[in-house]
Design a protein around this ligand. Structure first.
Ligand SMILES: Cc1cc2nc3c(=O)[nH]c(=O)nc-3n(C[C@H](O)[C@H](O)[C@H](O)COP(=O)(O)OP(=O)(O)OC[C@H]3O[C@@H](n4cnc5c(N)ncnc54)[C@H](O)[C@@H]3O)c2cc1C
Length: 354
């Protein structure tokens, strides 16, 4: 395999993980980003939750995310060893819970769907639920998904940055990036729209950080009287409460959004009312029309070859290791792995749109 000169535009979790994989395979890699790790990757909760994220009609996406989740334990171990950093990888699993009869009716439909996909969704009676999380509201009912894990994306980005050279430069246009690279990988999250005309739109999300004693072990997600919410506990006692999903891009957290998140969180775990609210973060998920990522080669580009890895919407942390593998296969001159076939840029072009 001939070593290639690879330029990666964008140093979020996707660009950095692609860059590290290419470096590991012996390529010469430069990442361009004026503020690496400052995009959606700085805001993400870091749930590695292909089961919790499997929705009706997204079978191909679920398959892709399940494979990425399978790769995470080895990836986390390799990245932690190479960088000497702790990634906050936790494997206690996820509780999917609801409070009211309506919450549970909605969840039961989802659990049936998840089980049909072969997901390990284990019913817990209320005693078993409280053995796992004693501070859950006594009315909460739910299931355990042991295979849905979490990682701290800020720690992952810091680990990757320790291994990958980044030039702190914004790329104004791909045509103007005349640095002698054989291959350019566009991984600029939402900015991929203006840089290559890709159909990626910003889907705004606000997430809260609460700090207090370490009272939770599992990721908890579900509904509290109709309000969707997830709680992601870090080992140091911080609990992330997420997240709003808004079709706007002004970057402002709204009072109503914060109120709804806090209300749902404290309804599910009343003890969280005593925690300090230490951070309110808002970011932009790179969304696509079918919620799937865009990974592959852009047709008709003049040399250098132009590859793209963007549009990861709610799944960029989960999908990072497998995205890095898929792009590195292309850089090595091999074909895109089969599970990625439904997610090439060609599906979104006029002829290939689904
Ligand atoms: C509230 C919230 C919660 C989330 N929770 C989860 C979760 O639990 N699990 C999960 O898997 N995913 C989650 N996500 C989604 C995840 O954050 C994204 O899918 C992922 O971060 C996308 O990574 P990225 O590298 O493509 O984009 P980004 O992280 O946005 O990075 C893009 C980078 O490109 C750079 N850039 C932009 N323009 C240029 C330019 N012209 N030149 C050079 N560089 C440029 C930016 O500076 C930035 O660093 C969440 C997102 C949000 C908003």
């Amino acid at each position: 395999m001939t070593p290639r000169r690879v330029s990666v535009v964008g140093g979020g979790i996707i660009g950095l993980s692609v860059a590290w994989e290419c470096l590991r395979r012996g390529h010469d890699v430069t990442v361009y980003d004026p503020d690496p790790g400052s995009g959606a990757s700085h805001v993400a909760a870091g749930m590695l939750a292909p089961v919790g994220e499997s929705y009706f009609g997204e079978h191909e996406l679920t398959e892709l995310l399940l494979e990425s989740a399978r790769r995470w334990p080895a990836y986390a171990a390799e990245l932690a060893a190479a960088s000497g950093r702790d990634l906050g990888h936790r494997t206690e699993g996820t509780l999917q819970v609801g409070l009211t009869a309506d919450d549970l009716a909605a969840l039961r439909r989802l659990w049936t769907h998840q089980r049909e996909l072969g997901a390990p969704v284990v019913s817990l009676d209320s005693e078993q639920l409280r053995e796992r999380e004693p501070l859950l509201h006594p009315r909460a009912r739910g299931v355990l998904v042991e295979s849905d894990h979490q990682v701290d994306p800020r720690r992952v980005v810091a680990a990757l940055r320790a291994l990958v050279p980044v030039r702190p430069v914004a790329v104004a246009s791909l045509a103007g990036l005349d640095d002698g690279a054989d291959i350019v990988v566009l991984a600029a999250g939402c900015a991929s729209a203006e840089l290559a005309g890709l159909p990626v739109r910003p889907v705004q999300g606000t997430i809260l950080h609460l700090r207090g004693p370490a009272v939770l072990r599992h990721v908890i997600r579900g509904y509290a009287d109709g309000r969707a919410v997830y709680l992601v506990p870090r080992a140091d006692g911080e609990v992330l409460v997420g997240a709003t999903v808004e079709e706007r891009a002004d970057g402002h957290a709204t009072a109503g959004g914060v109120r709804d998140l806090l209300r749902a969180a404290t309804d599910l775990v009343p003890e969280l009312g005593e925690h300090a609210l230490v951070e309110v973060s808002t970011g932009h998920r790179p969304g696509t029309a079918d919620n799937g990522p865009i990974v592959g080669e852009l047709d008709g580009a003049a040399p250098p070859r132009l590859l793209v890895a963007t549009g990861h919407y709610r799944h960029g942390v989960l999908a990072a290791p497998y995205t890095a593998h898929a792009v590195a296969e292309l850089v090595d001159g091999r074909a895109l792995p089969l599970l990625w076939a439904p997610f090439t840029p060609q599906r979104l072009s006029a002829g290939g749109a689904r």
